[in-house]
Design a protein around this ligand. Structure first.
Ligand code: NAP
Ligand code: GDD
Length: 384
């Protein structure tokens, strides 16, 4: 009998990678999907397509929402999952300042609803739960690097809601003997990262600027530092946590940290553009310092005629500042290495290279679909 997993947040970055991983390991996978007025299954469509070839499909979804207890109870009862991966969340830190109550309802109470469903239905012995906790719990960091024992100090409604979920998970483990784990995951990215998180915003902008569809990239705090890994590695850690003999909480991180400014530099260099930053605060700008024209052409398929030395490609827009910021995150993944045998396989340069290449390819494809050819891209004045 194959194991059955229920994934909330199946349409998100992590949900799609995790579903792929579990299907490859022989699981039957059920995903909770929100009703949307437009298609929201782009990240998992390929999994359905593969699954349809099989006689006994193992990939299913149901409509649901973490704010709806009845819905959760109904489907947990029907599915009787061996493992629940609770990944659904309003996951954007800045947006959580605009929607604090909703964020608390989904990210905080939503987790409680899932834990309660398992308890009420008498599944505490059968069903293991993974809770998507976050390095945002550390917020104004109390220790460098951050480990499982570092005190929390969240700095946003998102972080505070996730703190509630973290402790509910610990409490249900202790009170009801449930196999419930927190994965305290540091930032992880991929080519299917949501477009408004900073890494993907940068790699998309580089593709658009390179191919002549955008003139400048506007960002907020360039000094913030993050410990960035690849989502593909991080979903493996989620799976491993639920295969242990005892439920425990784990930090998942690379142990390295990089500023937003350096990420920008590294990502532009993928298309042969060197960026030099000058100025301070909101006056800071990033200009083209040098262009490796052969590298640019190899990466984009067009000549760099529309770009010139000194051209301003990056600026700071205070719109993207947060009321309270998390300035520095760097995780200590020692426990995960020792107990799960987990280490990050992808380096940051590899991750950036993959993200930039995928975004360039996407922009080229979209453009091709619209125009029926690439020739026009060499005459970029027409399309900027
Ligand atoms: P994501 O791409 O933003 O995906 C979030 C998922 O949650 C989407 O499928 C979304 O559905 C769904 N969702 C949002 N509100 C919901 C609701 N009320 N009911 C049901 N589903 C809802 O996030 P991610 O990067 O994959 O992250 C997965 C989880 O890990 C999140 O809980 C996040 O907070 C946490 N986390 C992420 C990171 C990271 O760096 N990526 C680090 C630490 C922790 P739609 O597609 O319909 O919007
Ligand atoms: N999004 C965004 N957009 N962030 C910017 C920008 C911008 O234009 N300019 C600078 N930043 C800075 C933010 O201020 C923050 O310090 C950093 O870039 C990273 O922002 P995000 O990529 O939005 O991620 P995050 O660290 O706030 O949150 C992500 O990681 C958490 C784990 O630490 C999300 O995935 C959370 O769901 C996750 O819990």
């Amino acid at each position: 009998m194959s194991k059955v997993a229920l994934i909330t947040g199946i349409t998100g970055q992590d949900g799609s990678y995790l579903a792929d991983l579990l299907l490859k390991r022989g699981y039957t996978v059920w995903g909770m999907k929100r009703r949307s007025s437009s298609f929201n299954t782009e990240r998992i469509d390929a999994l359905f397509a593969n699954d349809r070839q099989e006689e006994d499909p193992r990939f299913h979804y149901f409509y649901g929402d973490l704010t709806d207890s009845n819905n959760i109870i109904k489907y947990v009862q029907e599915i009787q999952p061996d493992e629940i991966y609770n990944l659904a969340a309003m996951s954007h830190v800045k947006v959580s300042f605009d929607t604090p109550e909703y964020t608390g309802n989904v990210d905080g109470l939503g987790t409680l609803r899932m834990l309660e469903a398992v308890r009420i239905l008498g599944l505490t012995e059968k069903t293991r739960i993974y809770q998507a906790s976050t390095s945002e719990l550390y917020g104004k960091v109390q220790e460098i690097p951050q480990s499982e024992t570092t005190p929390f100090y969240p700095r946003s409604p998102y972080g505070v809601a996730k703190l509630y979920a973290y402790w509910m998970t610990v409490n249900y483990r202790e009170a009801y003997n449930m196999f419930a784990c927190n994965g305290i995951l540091f930032n992880h990215e991929s080519p299917v990262r949501g477009e408004t998180f900073v890494t993907r915003k940068i790699t998309r902008a580089i593709a658009n600027i390179s191919l002549g569809f955008q003139s400048v990239l506007s960002l907020g705090n360039l000094d913030a530092k993050r410990d960035w890994g690849h989502a593909k590695d991080y979903v493996e850690a989620m799976y491993l946590m639920l295969q242990q003999d005892e439920p425990e909480d784990f930090v998942i991180a690379t142990g390295k940290t990089t500023s937003i400014r350096d990420f920008v530099r590294m990502a532009f260099s993928e298309v042969g553009i060197d960026i030099a930053f000058s100025g301070k605060g909101v006056e800071e700008i990033g200009q083209i310092d040098a262009i490796d024209r052969a590298k640019f052409e190899a990466a984009t398929g067009i000549e760099a005629n529309h770009l010139s030395i000194g051209q301003e490609l990056v600026k700071v827009d205070p719109f993207y500042f947060r009321p309270t910021e998390v300035e520095l995150l760097i995780g200590d993944p020692t426990k995960a290495k020792e107990k799960l045998g987990w280490v990050a396989k992808h380096t940051l340069p590899e991750l950036i290279s993959e993200m930039v290449a995928c975004d360039v390819e996407r922009v080229r494809k979209n453009h091709y679909l619209k125009t029926g050819g690439f020739a026009i891209l060499n005459n970029v004045e027409d399309v900027i």
